[in-house]
Write a protein that binds this ligand. Structure first.
Ligand code: ADP
Ligand code: MG
Length: 406
């Protein structure tokens, strides 16, 4: 059976005319001889009637503390509504279609509500419908525990559903449809001459996604990579080929060996920098241990950790900045906080061993008058922390510095 999985994000489903375009994409895949499984997100963005954030905000108006289990039940509604709408559209054009929730599609997860992990998928129900020539619409982002409780898969959950179904069904390809032409060298909302990347490796896209390129979630890429299922990131509103995501070997076979030290520039805003100076706390080693233990106990994820002889520096999300400050002050520390920072990264597997990449980044940012608050590098990524107001300027400058618009 030649199976394709197509995933449509919220922006692709936000209005009747957009949903018609989605329907056409599905019908086209069927006409090409594919057995088609479609994964849908909730429709639209916060403020739109059935978008997930809209539902959560409405519920929180009554009482802000929604239990995790009930929150998952609420959060899974948006996808179910999308699924029914799409089936209705497909029926209208004379195609047999059925919608399955995550639970009905037998997507079994752990019971970590709000951010559950898929443990296994039993594809029998889906395969039965495909054999009977149905188009199968599966609601993204949802799972079910062994004992029948509904869970959701966390940020980018519909991408994860699509990739996991691709693996379980041994699909020819998983198409991630969205509102841009493909994976680009930077967020096109910031850099208007960002270029589409024709082919990227799983590793490259994973790095880009982890560092802020929200076009696809890194967990989805990791899942597809395990079984070598090719992904394509494509636009719902055009006929473009989009970006093929595949293994390094496959990329070489396609004859694409373009040497690129940097694949793309990414950004993550809403970050608070926390600095603890050692002159205030002479025993830095012990301080370090205490600080990170306290953050873990407070359930605060930390990122971008630099430990110098003079200071411990790290970042947290803006939302938990106040909480982190409270914890540290209660422990007797005098931390310095800079809220509203942004992490800007240059990502590229090809930068390994090429001298001067960091120097080039510093030069580009300094020329723009951007102050680098913190930096770090690995074989494939260079990170800089800048003030939030410098984020867009920094992304643009780095994109230009590495000639990514050419
Ligand atoms: P969907 O609703 O389809 O899941 P998302 O909003 O999650 O869509 O992801 C698509 C958005 O990702 C685009 O609108 C774009 O602004 C943003 N984006 C960020 N970085 C990149 C990048 N490097 N390439 C493409 N899109 C990007
Ligand atoms: Mg998305």
């Amino acid at each position: 059976m030649k199976i394709i999985v197509q995933k449509f994000g919220g922006t692709s489903l936000a209005s009747p005319s957009l949903r018609k375009q989605v329907t056409e994409k599905v019908i086209k895949a069927k006409a090409q001889g594919f057995k088609t499984v479609v994964v849908v997100s909730a429709m639209g963005r916060n403020g739109d009637p059935y978008a997930t954030d809209t539902l959560i905000n409405a519920a929180k108006e009554v009482h802000p503390e929604i239990p995790a289990r009930e929150l998952d039940l609420l959060m899974s509604c948006g996808e179910t509504i999308s699924g029914v709408f799409l089936v209705n559209n497909l029926n209208k054009f004379g195609h047999k279609a059925v919608v399955l929730t995550g639970s009905q599609a037998r997507i079994i997860t752990d019971n970590n509500y709000n951010d559950a992990r898929i443990q296994r998928i039993d594809p029998k129900v889906i395969l039965d419908y495909l054999t009977k020539d149905f188009i199968v619409v599966v609601t993204g982002f949802q799972g079910v525990t062994e004992d029948g409780n509904i869970t959701t898969l966390g940020r980018g959950g519909s991408d994860t559903t699509a990739a996991a179904l691709g693996v379980a069904l041994q699909a020819e390809v998983v198409d991630i449809y969205t509102d841009v032409e493909g994976v680009m060298t930077a967020d096109p909302r910031i850099v208007n001459d960002a270029k589409i990347l024709d082919v990227v490796t799983y590793n490259e896209i994973c790095q880009l996604a982890q560092q802020g390129a929200k076009v696809i979630h890194s967990r989805a890429v990791e899942i597809a990579m395990q079984k070598n299922i090719p992904l394509r990131v494509r636009c719902t509103f055009s006929e473009g080929e989009g970006t093929l995501v595949t293994s390094y070997g496959e990329v070489l076979e396609l004859g694409i060996t373009k040497d690129r030290p940097i694949t793309g520039i990414t950004n993550i805003g809403g970050v608070t920098q926390i600095k603890i100076i050692s002159s205030d706390h002479p025993d830095l080693k012990e301080t370090e241990m205490k600080v990170f233990k306290a953050m873990a106990l407070g359930n605060i994820s930390v990122d971008f950790i630099n430990v110098y002889p003079e200071a411990i520096v790290y970042t947290v999300r803006d939302e938990v900045g106040e909480k982190a400050l409270q914890i540290l002050e209660n422990m007797g520390f005098k931390p310095q906080l800079i809220p509203n920072c942004a992490k800007v990264s240059a990502v590229g597997a090809g930068m390994t061993g090429i001298p001067g990449v960091m120097a080039s980044i510093v030069e580009a940012l300094t020329k723009e008058g951007v102050k680098i608050l913190q930096s770090a590098d690995s074989y494939t990524t260079i990170w800089c922390l800048v003030r939030g107001e410098d984020m867009e300027k920094s992304v643009k400058a780095l994109h230009k510095q590495f000639n990514l618009n050419i």
